[in-house]
Write a protein that binds this ligand. Structure first.
Ligand code: ZN
Length: 291
């Protein structure tokens, strides 16, 4: 059986901006990488000119996801079609079709869908967001919680999803950010006059909170050889500024290569299962020990 990695995130662009290097590396090494994209990214702000070309924001975002999936080699892509919930405490959190509302009010539906994907795709390794959803986005938190529960349930024969057989994946990880590098980057941004509690296009990203919620890194993966594929995937997300000007990858992509290699050449993950009894790095490959 070949190596299979399932990544479960929330929006069209989460796969590219944060984890494009990780995905590119494992696809290049022959692994099959499947992607759950839980929402259609409806709440993303898109340039006015693009609004005129498409009838719905989700249409743009999903077309951009198709582009990135092709560049990265993601296959299959499971689109769950929930509505984007917007940032925490915004009115869109209460839209009955949104992921956050769905997860709060009828969690069984989302849970079953993730279990169904795990049993269908049969990954040895599953990656999702950390408990803070990276930067506190409700959709990130919803898919993180659902994936963590589904990881444990998928192998349980008493948990029934019609037409599926139990299958237990072996390793579960939460995506992380090397904290020392993030702190250096934020110090640099502060020097340039940015307020790190109010970053991003909509000024709703609080990087101090991101640091406060970082979890220990157990696995550090070298993705330095895959910047080109990573950048080409991020370039698919034209409506999101190709990641430039928003989020960490945006600023990183503008750095000279040797500096960028130093800052973002390594990808950190927190191992949740099997749970380590220490807080240090002990792996450089997420498939270590997987059968
Ligand atoms: Zn996202």
């Amino acid at each position: 059986m070949g190596k299979r990695l399932l990544i479960a995130y929330a929006h069209p662009d989460d796969e590219s901006f944060g984890s494009g290097g990780l995905i590119a590396k494992y696809v290049a090494e022959g692994a099959q990488v499947g992607y759950i994209c839980a929402t259609n990214g409806d709440m993303g702000t898109i340039p006015l000119a693009m609004r005129e070309q498409y009838s719905e924001v989700s249409e743009v975002r999903l077309a951009e996801l198709d582009c990135a999936a092709q560049v990265l080699g993601l296959d299959p892509v499971y689109r769950f079609g929930y509505k984007d919930s917007g940032m925490m405490n915004s009115a869109s959190n209460q839209d009955p079709d949104s992921l956050w509302y769905g997860w709060q009010n009828h969690p069984e539906t989302l849970l079953k869908r993730v279990v169904d994907v795990i049993r269908d795709f049969k990954p040895q390794v599953v990656v999702t967001f950390n408990r803070y959803g990276g930067y506190g986005h409700p959709d990130h938190i919803a898919i993180q919680q659902a994936t963590t529960e589904a990881f444990a349930l998928a192998g349980d024969a008493s948990y029934l999803v019609e037409g599926t057989q139990p299958y237990a994946p072996q390793k579960l990880y939460y995506a992380s950010i090397p904290g020392r590098m993030l702190k250096l980057y934020l110090r640099w941004m502060t020097l340039r006059g940015h307020d790190i509690r109010h970053m991003g296009v909509n000024k709703d990203l609080d990087y101090q909170a991101v640091i406060d919620h970082l979890e220990p890194i157990h696995t550090m993966i070298d993705v330095g050889a895959h910047f080109d594929t990573w950048d080409r995937a991020a370039d698919c997300h034209v409506s999101q500024g190709r990641g430039r000007g928003s989020g960490t990858r945006g600023y990183l992509a503008s750095l000279p290569k040797p500096i960028r290699r130093l800052v973002s050449g390594k990808y950190g993950l927190t191992r949740i299962h099997p749970q380590p009894d220490h807080d240090r790095i002990d792996e450089n490959d997420i498939f270590v020990g997987a059968r």
